[in-house]
Design a protein around this ligand. Structure first.
Ligand code: MG
Ligand code: MG
Length: 266
């Protein structure tokens, strides 16, 4: 069952997604070597609650934290811990909130200090692949057009491994609604996109092979070959000529930029 949203519901979804986006920025401000992923989680939780939201992942199927934080070869669903970040790490942060009964969901992969150029390229290509998919999220296209655009760009053009076991999804009063939005597939396949459909598009792209495994904590998904992985996600509303992106990276990228400028001054 697919729930198509009214324009009023889309505005509520935008509000939830903007809260997710601002939460990312609060966390981005303090990402640096030495901070623990648990500290980042606590900053996100207090901010979301201060802003009148509720962490969307906390308690979801028993997940105990506000953020999923996945370091280096961890793909998604990483658990915040006392692990200290180190120069050269990358961390994928996935954040969800509920506000006014609607979910927001967005993910971004951050650099900790200076990161190797080949890893920077993985991040750049994964983010670009997300936008390639979003370009296809318009009325009249099919889910497969979104999926195929991501696969063509990150997989065929850049030869990265695209995770298949985990996919994007509808977003609304539930965190995960129909339809599934895979990051690979054939053009023209899957359901036809209609106005009112709101989906999270979220490529998970590995520097090496696509294969993954679940760690013993029961949550963390990691690459099987131990190579780094990146994850970028936006929640978007399908529209006739151009998708309406309900989350934004604007705040978090402004925070990253001011972090870099600050470190140059010091
Ligand atoms: Mg997410
Ligand atoms: Mg998602």
């Amino acid at each position: 069952m697919i729930y198509y949203k009214t324009p009023e519901e889309i505005e509520l979804l935008r509000e939830s997604n903007l809260l997710v986006s601002r939460t990312h920025a609060e966390v981005a401000k303090v990402i640096r070597p030495g901070i623990t992923t648990l500290q980042l989680d606590q900053i996100a939780e207090s901010y979301i609650r201060d802003m009148g939201g509720v962490p969307g992942f906390k308690g979801y199927r028993g997940f105990p934290y506000t953020l999923c934080i996945s370091v280096n070869e961890h793909v998604v669903h990483g658990m915040p811990s006392k692990r200290e970040l180190r120069e050269g790490d990358i961390i994928s942060i996935d954040c969800g909130v509920v506000k006014n009964s609607f979910y927001g969901d967005s993910a971004y992969t951050y650099c900790v200090g200076e990161v190797k150029e080949e890893i920077m390229k993985l991040l750049r290509v994964t983010k670009e692949a997300l936008y390639k998919g979003i370009e296809k999220a318009i009325v009249g296209n099919n889910i497969g057009d979104v999926s195929n655009a991501i696969q063509e760009y990150a997989g065929r053009k850049h030869r990265y491994g695209i995770v298949r076991e985990l996919v994007g999804h509808g977003v609304g009063r539930q965190l995960h609604e129909s339809p599934e939005v895979p990051n690979y597939g054939k053009k023209g396949s899957g359901i036809r996109l209609k106005k009112g459909l709101v989906i999270a598009i979220e490529p998970m792209v590995n520097m090496g092979r696509r294969h993954i495994e679940q760690l013993a904590d029961g949550w963390t998904i990691a690459t099987r070959d131990g190579k780094p992985s990146a994850h970028f996600e936006h929640t978007v509303a399908v529209q006739p000529n151009q998708a309406d992106i309900l989350s934004t990276f604007e705040y978090t990228e402004a925070a990253i930029k001011s972090n870099i400028e600050l470190s140059e001054v010091i």
